[in-house]
Write a protein that binds this ligand. Structure first.
Ligand SMILES: Nc1ncnc2c1ncn2[C@@H]1O[C@H](COP(=O)(O)OP(=O)(O)OP(=O)(O)O)[C@@H](O)[C@H]1O
Ligand SMILES: [Mg+2]
Length: 144
């Protein structure tokens, strides 16, 4: 069964959106951040960014198996979820958020200046949205 993925710049509201959608449609919510940590789907830890460097090949392989084996339809929450091939997805949601609001949210999390900057740039250039378009997904943009 095809899945819905929710991608977008960190802090734009993926988790909130994905959980609400899963509840509404009675799909299972998949917390990719948790899976990455628990199943060690990363190459290394980036100390400067305080973030895991995810092995997207490994992650895709795992998610494709999950989509194939799940009895219930899935809502997958991750800023890397749009890298899944088109044939496994019914929809790719991209969350977007006003830049001022995003800056506030990221600063509140205690992110470093450079990490805030990097994420704001990613939002300004619509990195996730453009990559999702390149993958050929059916896209819905949700402003949070
Ligand atoms: N629609 C919304 N309206 C108001 N606040 C929101 C909305 N969506 C998210 N937020 C707030 O923005 C913050 C970040 O949201 P959330 O954790 O869902 O982002 P995220 O994209 O999942 O981030 P990450 O990539 O780091 O997991 C939270 O404090 C959340 O309450
Ligand atoms: Mg999240």
């Amino acid at each position: 069964m095809k899945a819905i993925v929710v991608s977008g710049t960190p802090g734009t509201g993926k988790t909130k959106t994905a959980k609400a959608l899963a509840r509404k449609k009675n799909y299972s919510y998949v917390d990719v951040n948790k899976l990455v940590r628990e199943l060690k789907l990363y190459d290394s830890y980036d100390r400067k960014r305080k973030a895991y460097v995810v092995d997207t090949k490994k992650l895709n392989k795992f998610l494709i198996r999950l989509i194939g084996e799940s009895k219930k339809k899935l809502v997958i929450d991750s800023h890397l979820s749009h890298y899944l091939p088109k044939k496994y997805l019914e929809l790719c949601i991209i969350t977007k958020c006003n830049l001022k609001k995003l800056k506030n949210r990221l600063e509140k999390r205690g992110y470093s200046k450079s990490k805030v900057r990097e994420n704001l740039d990613s939002e300004i250039f619509d990195v996730c949205l453009n990559e999702a378009k390149e993958m050929g997904h059916k896209i819905k943009i949700i402003k949070t």
